[in-house]
Structures are given as structure tokens and as C-alpha cells.
Design a protein around this ligand. Structure first.
Ligand SMILES: NC(=O)c1ccc[n+]([C@@H]2O[C@H](COP(=O)([O-])OP(=O)(O)OC[C@H]3O[C@@H](n4cnc5c(N)ncnc54)[C@H](O)[C@@H]3O)[C@@H](O)[C@H]2O)c1
Length: 381
């Protein structure tokens, strides 16, 4: 069977996501397995063209992985007709300008979330891509996590009966950067640089809710900056102007209530860094990144509230592990393969810029809800 190669311009590969998940775990991993397999059995390999601001860093990275093409000139990379896909994992604030350039150059676009900092710009990107006739996609990696795939399997199998509510708990302690180095880049904590946990996480929660439970109809959120001073990568103290925790309540189509806490200022007392508890009339589940546990209606214990007695029941023991029943690949890589098939043979890819814009819309309305202290309806985009 034939193997062809297409050029993929990758901008932002020196960053955390761009390097680890997209270059190493997706694009290079796809090539190592022999490429993306198309429906006719032929294969497509990806030739990454690394783009960034720092020539030395790019050269070091390219050298480490034996990648011949790298440049600090985005225009030059876009001018090559063999490069048919543009991928963007830059800081959010740099995304729109570069993506618009790539759309103009007629490239198919795949981008990290959020696609833009405002819904206006996110919609403009979607419209520009449609007008130019280029395929477009946004990263929605959480949908491909084993835990959430198991949750989806339970929903599709009718396990829950009528779903009542979803409780999401996401977060961990991000060090302030003074006595221990922060484990996230400092721009995340500056609103003026595109930071903030609402802008970062609400786009994720949006596609999780939309794909698993139903359209988001309203949002109430309280966004807070709990830690106002942090220390950056160079050891300089700075004012944290962006929210580092958000407490959100979402009303979904069908009456499901979702309540999701997102925080970089919480210490983990959970099995995983994100967990969703779903309660339905017939059963409940708790899904994390990898695992998912269930409790069926018939096996539900009957606790009785009595503060005078010590708790003897071990409530967690009453839950049952959902088996894998499948092999789970890296979620970022799965989505890359879907996008390449979408570009080359028009395979379905619902995670487009319009979906990306709906995620940005939820972030924007969440911030407005917090500022105005009220619940806000989410209009259909
Ligand atoms: N899908 C996910 O789970 C997930 C997780 C984290 C971050 N993200 C998204 O990925 C993007 C990158 O996040 P990251 O955590 O990898 O960030 P990072 O700071 O580690 O990397 C940012 C990249 O952008 C480049 N860049 C371009 N212009 C820049 C500028 N003006 N200032 C600073 N850097 C600039 C940097 O060189 C670097 O390559 C963000 O849009 C973020 O929302 C997605």
C-alpha cells in the first residue's frame, strides 16, 4: 500500500502542550506507527515544520528528534504548498493573528483551545475558515480520555436512566513560584496575557457537557483570584491579575444540572486530578482521567444521618470498577488522526472552529456572570 507525506506547520512546539502532547505523543508517534491509515488502506506520514520565536530552541528540539524543517518565519512555512496543515499551540493571545494568516494562505487549521480570547474573535475565525473553504478543528482531548470514554459508554448503554446532575471537581495546587517553582507557565495567571482558569478550563467543560450530557443553556460562575502574587520563571514577583479558581453551575438541555469547580489553589484529596460524578435515577458513576466506578440503584446502600455515631460504612467500597474492554490510545493522537482523515478524505470531524467558539462563549459568559453576580443564559451561536 502507498505511503504519502504531507507537511504540517507546527507553531508553539517549544511549549508544554505543543512539544509533549502534539509533537512527541501525536505527530512523531503517528509516524513511528507508519502514519495515519486512510479508508482505502493507504498511509499518510506527517512532516512537521517547526515554527517558533527562538531559533536556537527550535534547532535544539529539531536536532533531538531528527526533524529537518524549522524556522522562525511563519510566512515562509506557509508559503510552501506542500505544507497543507497549520497547527497552533502558541499562548492563547498569539493564536488569532497566526491562524488568520494560515487561513489566508489556504491551509487547513488545527488549533489548541481556546481558539481565541473573545467570542467575537472565535466566531470570526470560524467564519474566515468557512469563507476560505479550509477544514478547521479544535483540540478537545478530554473526550478521548479512557475515563470519559467509559462514561460515554455508560450513557450510550442507558446505565443512568434519567441523568439528574453532574459534579465536576478539577484542580491541584500550583506553586506560587517563590519557595518552589510553579508547575504552570506564569502567563496563565495574568489576564492581560490571555491567562485565567475560566478561559483555560470552561472551553473543556463546554465540550464535555455538550458531547456527553446536552447543550449548555445557562451559566452561573464565581471566578476568584485566591493567590494575588506569584513569582515568574525568572524569579520576578508579579501581580496575578487572572482568576485562579472558578465555581460554576451550568443548566443543560433536558434539565441536567452540572456543577464544576476548577482550581489551581486546591490540594488534591481525590483519586484523579479531575473527577466527574454523574447521578441518574438508575445509577451513578464517578469518572476520572483513566478510571470509572459505578453504583447501580439495586446496590445503593441506605445511609442514615446520625452524628452521634461514628461512621462505620466504607462508602467507596460499595462502588464497582468499569472494565477497560478496549485499548486506549493517547487522546491527542486519536484526535490528530481524525483531523488528518477529515482533511484528506472528508471523514467526519465535529470538533470544528464553531464548536471552539461555543467553548470560548461559555468562558466569556462565565466571566460576565462572575462580574455581574448573576446567572446568564447562553444564546445559541
Ligand atoms: N488541551 C489541553 O489540555 C491544554 C492544556 C494546557 C494548555 N492548553 C492550551 O495550549 C496553549 C499553550 O499552552 P502551554 O501550557 O503549552 O503554554 P507554554 O507557555 O508552555 O507554551 C506557549 C508556546 O507559545 C509560544 N509563544 C508564542 N508567542 C508567545 C508570547 N507572546 N509569549 C509567550 N509564549 C509565546 C511559546 O514560545 C511556546 O512555544 C494555550 O492556548 C493553552 O490554552 C491546552
Amino acid at each position: 500500500m502507498s505511503v504519502r507525506t504531507i507537511g504540517v506547520v507546527m507553531n508553539g512546539v517549544t511549549g508544554r502542550m505543543g512539544y509533549r502532547q502534539h509533537l512527541v505523543r501525536s505527530v512523531l508517534a503517528i509516524n513511528e506507527q507508519g502514519g495515519v491509515t486512510l479508508s482505502d488502506g493507504s498511509r499518510v506520514k506527517l512532516r512537521p515544520v517547526l515554527v517558533g520565536r527562538n531559533a536556537a530552541k527550535l534547532a535544539e528540539l529539531a536536532d533531538r528528534h531528527g526533524i529537518p524543517d524549522h524556522t522562525t518565519e511563519l510566512d515562509a512555512a506557509l508559503a510552501d504548498p506542500d505544507n497543507i496543515v497549520y497547527f497552533d499551540a502558541q499562548v492563547t493571545s498569539a493564536r488569532v493573528k497566526a491562524v488568520l494568516k494560515a487561513i489566508e494562505a489556504g491551509k487547513h487549521i488545527y488549533a489548541e483551545k481556546p481558539t481565541a480570547e473573545s467570542v467575537e474573535e472565535a466566531v470570526a475565525l470560524a467564519e474566515a475558515a468557512t469563507a476560505r473553504g479550509v477544514k478547521n478543528g479544535v483540540v478537545q482531548d478530554k473526550l478521548f480520555l479512557p475515563g470519559l470514554l467509559k462514561l460515554k459508554r455508560l450513557i450510550d448503554g442507558g446505565f443512568f436512566g434519567r441523568i439528574l446532575s453532574v459534579r465536576g471537581e478539577f484542580g491541584y495546587w500550583v506553586f506560587e513560584g517563590d519557595w518552589q517553582e510553579a508547575q504552570r507557565p506564569s502567563w496563565n495567571y495574568r489576564a492581560e496575557d490571555g491567562g485565567g482558569i475560566v478561559l483555560d478550563m470552561f472551553p473543556h467543560w463546554h465540550y464535555v457537557m455538550e458531547n456527553l450530557f446536552g447543550r449548555v443553556r445557562s451559566v452561573y460562575a464565581q471566578a476568584v483570584t485566591h493567590v494575588p502574587r506569584r513569582v515568574d520563571e525568572k524569579g520576578h514577583p508579579y501581580q496575578a491579575t487572572a482568576d485562579d479558581a472558578a465555581y460554576g453551575v451550568f443548566e443543560l438541555e433536558g434539565g441536567v444540572i452540572a456543577q464544576i469547580n476548577s482550581s489551581w489553589t486546591v490540594r488534591v484529596n481525590r483519586d484523579e486530578l479531575v473527577e466527574f460524578q454523574v447521578d441518574g435515577t438508575e445509577g451513578s458513576a464517578v469518572a476520572g482521567l483513566r478510571n470509572c466506578r459505578v453504583q447501580h440503584r439495586a446496590a445503593t446502600p441506605k445511609p442514615v444521618w446520625n452524628p452521634d455515631l461514628p461512621v462505620t460504612a466504607r462508602f467507596r467500597d460499595d462502588w464497582q470498577e468499569v472494565p477497560d474492554n478496549a485499548e486506549f490510545d493517547n487522546g491527542f493522537k486519536i484526535q490528530w488522526e481524525l483531523f488528518i482523515r477529515h482533511v484528506l478524505e472528508d471523514a467526519p470531524f465535529p470538533y470544528d472552529f464553531a464548536a471552539g467558539a461555543r467553548g470560548v462563549q461559555l468562558a466569556e459568559l462565565g466571566l460576565r456572570s462572575s462580574a455581574e453576580g448573576r446567572r446568564i443564559e447562553v444564546p445559541e451561536l
